[in-house]
Write a new protein. Structure first.
Length: 199
């Protein structure tokens, strides 16, 4: 109980400070530029690899085989490198983040429309600042049909230099970062980023 209260207070402070950057955030990278992105990765550079524990859409642990996670139902881990050869959209989020909540329906819809084109979405929860039961409730509420990963130590967020939530990173088939967005995505902005990594 004490941990939950502490996490709630910390989440509220982060929400006020970093969770909702303004739309004109000067840290946001452009879609085609090569300047360093706010998340600590530069567009045009290789995406840092990571391995994280996964949940399936029902909130149960997930085992991924040969880089395919959909439909599995037992415990396991996911690595970014499992998806080399496929376009990957990485979304860093937390259950308490209001802008994360606002953008998730568009992310789910975009994935459902483009999954047949090979799109992979990896939804990375900032679990070190979240509560797993709240993560499960969020996943269930939005019926997230893609791998949901638990960044329990913050290692993936640190590797990408995530400064605020949500942060989205778009990686092409060769594992190269093609775009970074700090703050909530709009439907149109998401479509532009995805066009840069999809065939």
């Amino acid at each position: 109980m004490r941990q939950r209260v502490w996490l709630a207070a910390l989440a509220a402070a982060m929400a006020a400070a970093a969770c909702a950057p303004p739309a004109s955030n000067p840290l946001s990278s452009n879609l085609s530029g090569s300047s360093p992105a706010p998340a600590g990765v530069a567009t045009g550079s290789p995406a840092p690899d990571f391995t994280l524990k996964a949940l399936d859409p029902a909130g149960r642990p997930l085992r991924c085989a040969s880089g395919i996670c959909e439909g599995a139902s037992s415990g396991g881990e996911v690595s970014l490198s499992d998806y080399r050869g496929r376009p990957v959209f990485i979304n860093f989020w937390a259950s308490w983040c209001a802008p994360c909540r606002a953008e998730m329906p568009d992310i789910v819809e975009a994935y459902n429309r483009r999954r047949d084109a090979g799109l992979v979405v990896l939804a990375i929860d900032n679990t070190q600042l979240d509560v797993v039961d709240d993560v499960r409730a969020f996943v269930k509420e939005f019926q997230m049909p893609f791998p949901v990963l638990l960044d329990e130590e913050g290692a993936a967020a640190k590797a990408f230099g995530v400064l605020g939530l949500p942060t989205s990173v778009f990686v092409d088939r060769d594992g190269i970062v093609r775009g970074v967005n700090v703050g909530p995505l709009t439907e149109d902005t998401l479509a532009e980023y995805l066009a840069d990594i999809l065939p």
